[in-house]
Design a binder for this molecule. Structure first.
Ligand code: ATP
Length: 233
């Protein structure tokens, strides 16, 4: 579904992605794990089109994505739930969700909203409240639900566990599994390597702008290098 080949990207003169190769098959949860500053967010920003690519290719559902502007990528089926959630705090929960569906003006929007509320019952309870009043975990759920309102075939999920208590992190990862059950393919970027690899089919390890290891998630969890560097085992 998504193929990245030789992807390079830079901030000014400093290159931070040095030739990334990565593949996501339809129906998979694929995770990219790595320490703070490895380049995971930059990779997702290249995929969603808000960060310039200096060379390499991104192919999504058979089409070259690099020339497609960011605002057209959602219509191609690629949605991002960004780092830091980026919800609109002064708008209500429902208004945030409707913004996720900005491409559509059909009856299915209401059905999608009902589906979102079924998946995230707490958002239904709070639908008329300002999103800024939600807890961190609830805001993360809103960010994911808003992305799903865009009817993506592939969801780019940036650090959904960031800043959340362990019990909430476990809930969030359960939700990501539920998103796969909806038939949405997920590329999940995480510093929480163990949590991400536990729910993923395959994983990539990113270090200072390079992919240094990749494989089936269960193999990566068992790999002594990963256990030592990322799992603290
Ligand atoms: P984090 O978990 O902190 O988001 P990350 O793996 O997502 O880390 P990136 O945010 O992609 O890493 O950062 C990769 C490198 O690019 C880091 O060295 C970072 O300092 C640098 N960088 C990120 N954003 C900018 C920017 N706007 N301008 C200059 N350098 C940046």
């Amino acid at each position: 579904m998504l193929t990245v080949e030789g992807l390079r990207s830079r901030y000014g003169r400093i290159e931070v992605l040095h030739g990334i190769d990565l593949e996501v098959q339809s129906g998979e949860i694929v995770t990219v794990v790595g320490a703070n500053g490895a380049g995971k967010t930059t990779l997702l920003r290249c995929l969603s089109g808000v960060q310039p690519v200096s060379s390499g290719t991104i192919t999504f559902r058979g089409e070259a994505l690099v020339p497609v502007p960011a605002y057209r990528r959602l219509a191609r089926g690629l949605a991002q739930s960004p780092e830091g959630r980026q919800i609109f705090t002064n708008l209500t929960v429902e208004e945030n969700l409707r913004l996720g569906a900005f491409l559509f003006a059909d009856d299915r929007v209401e059905k999608d909203m009902d589906d979102a509320f079924r998946m995230f019952p707490v958002l239904k309870e709070k639908r008329n409240l300002a999103a800024g009043g939600l807890s961190g975990g609830q805001q993360q759920m809103l960010a994911m639900a808003r992305a799903l309102m865009g009817r993506p075939s592939c969801l780019l999920l940036d650090e959904p566990s960031m800043g959340l208590a362990p019990i909430i992190v476990a809930q969030i990862f359960e939700v990501v599994k539920g998103i796969r059950d909806l038939g949405v393919t997920t590329l999940l970027v995480e510093q929480n390597a163990f949590g991400a690899l536990k729910i993923a089919d395959r994983g990539y390890v990113m270090e200072t702008g390079h992919i240094t290891l990749s494989g089936a998630a269960e193999e990566l969890i068992a790999d002594p290098r990963i256990r030592e560097a990322y799992l603290g085992i």
